[in-house]
Design a protein around this ligand. Structure first.
Ligand code: NCD
Length: 360
């Protein structure tokens, strides 16, 4: 662990941020490729994605028995986590809390900057330093792109190195959501050759949906994957993602004709309009998104083995009548979040081997 941390510690913020995201990634892991901080999706590769999936499955199986759960809850019982969520969250917050509890960690939270000293003018940097004095892990969600990364750099340069996990950074990234999405896809396609060769269709507000952006990066680790981005012009995916796909030689399409792509989809990834990012009141409401909803008609066009996903929360983009269909996996997807987050934390704190070696 020490070498990369010393390297990151010796590097100025200016030097560090001159590197491309891909080149920054190694500095956030240790010499044996164990995550120290988890900030963006580009830190994942096929090997660690598969490894975290395997670990998540083992934790999921162990949690079914009292013996297994009791064992898991001893692993990090000497550690405390801080959940620092200054943007709304239900699932990510609760699943991180549950993940910490599965491993026996004690959890504290700050969910509203107006009740913390940030309101008195304390900088986010100073707040994070404060959290690092009381906890061994900081999970943070913020509306500011890049803040989690800066905090990771800051703590790697402090006397108390505490890992940072990004639980959503602005419109930019949500790497642990993408991780649970990958795990859901792995499980859904277990009997049909996994994620390789699959066609993933993203629908909705792809411009401001950070989960889509992070997942597109992760899917770039699989062979012969095809992605279709279905959105009105105003919400179409950012050019940086397309440049990444071009560089990786990954096939993709942009479309506004949702119905025409459903029959060839293996997974449909629906998203809500992210109107909290509107520059002016009512901006999103002017965009007609009614052709980008999934209901009974769309369900008829879907292949038997295909799955419908959503990071949630949903609005009207998936009709509740679809919920009962076996291909609607968004509830399972949400529960998967707890298992992969527990696996990620176990990896960061190096208790993964103990988990994998456990037998009842
Ligand atoms: C997503 C988010 O916050 O980016 N929610 C989540 O974490 N499951 C998606 C959204 O809010 O639309």
């Amino acid at each position: 662990m020490i070498n990369n941390l010393v390297r990151l510690g010796k590097m100025s913020w200016e030097e560090f941020t001159k590197l491309s995201t891909k080149n920054r990634a190694p500095y956030l892991s240790d010499d044996s490729d164990r995550f120290v901080h988890l900030i963006y999706a580009q830190q994942f590769n096929r090997d660690n994605l598969e490894y975290i999936g395997q670990l998540a499955t083992k934790i999921r199986m162990m949690a079914k028995s009292k013996e297994g759960s009791d064992f898991l809850s001893t692993l990090l019982s000497d550690k405390r986590a801080m959940l620092y969520f200054t943007q709304p969250s239900t699932r990510t917050f609760l699943s991180f809390m549950a993940a910490c509890q599965i491993l026996g960690m004690k959890v504290a939270e700050v969910r509203d900057a107006t009740t913390s000293s940030e309101y008195k003018g304390e900088s986010a940097e100073d707040s994070v330093r404060v959290f690092s004095s009381y906890s061994d892990l900081i999970v943070m969600r913020t509306k500011l792109k890049g803040l989690a990364e800066r905090m990771a750099w800051l703590l790697s340069n402090s006397k108390r190195l505490v890992p940072i996990i990004n639980a959503g950074s602005g419109k930019d990234q949500h790497p642990t959501q993408a991780l649970l999405d990958i795990y859901t896809l792995q499980r859904s396609f277990e009997d049909i050759n996994g994620i390789d060769g699959k066609h993933i269709v993203f629908v909705g507000d792809l411009l401001r949906g950070r989960t889509v952006r992070s997942l597109a990066f992760l899917l770039g680790n699989y062979n012969d994957v095809k992605m279709t981005f279905v959105a009105p012009d105003a919400f179409q995916i950012g050019s940086d993602i397309l440049e990444y796909l071009d560089k990786k030689g990954i096939q993709y399409d942009l479309s506004q004709n949702f119905k025409s792509v459903i029959p060839t989809a293996d997974a449909i990834y629906m998203t809500r309009v992210q109107d909290e990012w509107d520059n002016e009141e009512g901006e999103s409401a002017k965009v007609d998104i009614s052709n980008f909803w999934f209901g009974d008609e769309e369900l008829k066009l879907l292949q038997k083995h295909a799955v419908i996903m959503h990071p949630l929360p949903r609005r009207e983009e998936i009709s509740t009548s679809v919920d009962q269909d076996k291909r609607a996996v968004y509830w399972r997807q949400m529960r998967n979040g707890m298992w992969v987050r527990a696996a990620l934390i176990a990896n960061i704190f190096a208790v993964d081997t103990e988990i994998l070696n456990f037998s009842e």
